[in-house]
Design a binder for this molecule. Structure first.
Ligand code: NAD
Length: 280
């Protein structure tokens, strides 16, 4: 039976610390501020943005939303990002994905000043993460690292398997684990013998987007299981990428969905805004 890694509780602790840091900055005359840009109507994005806005306000972080219409051109979006880059009152800039198809999101991410890139998606931050320099790290993998640290889960020499190779979760997760001296394997949709690979892992991180993909059978006895996936089932319930019931019986530690990695992602965003306000 596994011990639960409680992201909800830990995120509260992180947010309380953020608030203390924000108050200190305000005493020095710095008001940390996050600008969030959303292009077009996407109900899931709107929920995420609302969640970020509430969390910022609770922590005392100024929050400004830029809701751009679907027909916004790429150049208009780039112009707005450039304007925010120059605005000294804005410390963090976040572009909510997805954006409409006619916009090249990579160009937009590349335009965000690396010092204000609190999502850690700009190639400069990605590169700095790869060579081990201080930088903004994508909030989800960074939140996973914070959880592992909080529960004193040592990574040195451990075998870790990340399932999923996205730019926002899988790849930065690999770099984070590597920086703590784990031996890391990435699995993806073309991986052969995935079950066999996962079965050897001391740490399993699932970031796939497929409900109950990781079964109990795939998990080594005593492994640490981190479920990044957020999937909405037909009955409206949320579930992760891991079959929680089965994995719970085999793992030493496990994250629930909801209440695991999800809350940590927002908490780390707030931490990154404070970091940006202090000056990276
Ligand atoms: P993505 O769609 O960009 O990437 C999914 C990855 O899964 C791909 O790299 C793909 O190769 C891999 N994959 C797909 N099918 C596979 C298979 N059969 N075998 C092995 N690998 C397979 O997704 P993402 O943005 O990385 O998100 C992954 C999941 O994490 C989603 O459920 C998403 O909602 C969730 N997510 C959660 C948070 C959070 O805060 N908890 C943040 C970001 C994403």
């Amino acid at each position: 039976m596994a011990q639960i890694l409680d992201g909800k509780e830990l995120s509260k602790k992180v947010k309380e610390n953020v608030k203390i840091e924000v108050d200190k900055l305000k005493e020095k005359g710095i008001n940390p501020k996050l600008a969030v840009i959303m292009v077009g109507n996407n109900s899931a994005s709107a929920v995420y943005v609302k969640n970020k806005s509430n969390s910022c306000r609770n922590a005392g972080i100024d929050f400004e939303e830029f809701l751009l219409p679907e027909e916004t051109t790429e150049d208009e979006l780039i112009n707005l990002i450039e304007k925010l880059n120059k605005d000294n009152l804005v410390h963090g800039i976040l572009l909510q994905s997805p954006v409409p198809k006619h916009i090249n999101i990579d160009r937009a991410f590349a335009t965000i000043s690396p010092e204000k890139d609190v999502d850690g998606f700009n190639a400069i931050n990605v590169g700095n993460l790869t060579i081990g320099r201080d930088c903004f790290v994508s909030c989800t993998p960074w939140g996973v690292m914070r959880m592992l640290e909080e529960y004193n889960i040592d990574l040195e020499g451990k075998t870790a398997v990340v399932i999923g190779r996205s730019n926002i979760v899988g790849k930065p997760m690999l770099q984070c684990l590597l920086s703590k001296n784990a031996t890391v394997t990435i699995c993806h949709s073309k991986t052969k013998n995935l079950e066999e690979v996962v079965n050897k892992a001391d740490i399993v991180i699932a970031a796939i987007g497929k409900p109950n993909f990781v079964t109990g059978k795939m998990i080594k006895e005593g492994a640490v299981v981190i479920d990044v996936g957020i999937n909405r089932l037909e009955d409206g319930k949320l579930c992760g990428d891991v079959n929680y019931k089965e994995a719970f019986e085999k793992a030493s530690y496990i994250t629930p969905v909801p209440g695991g990695v999800g809350p940590m992602t927002v908490a780390m965003l707030l931490e990154n805004v404070v970091k940006a306000a202090k000056g990276l």
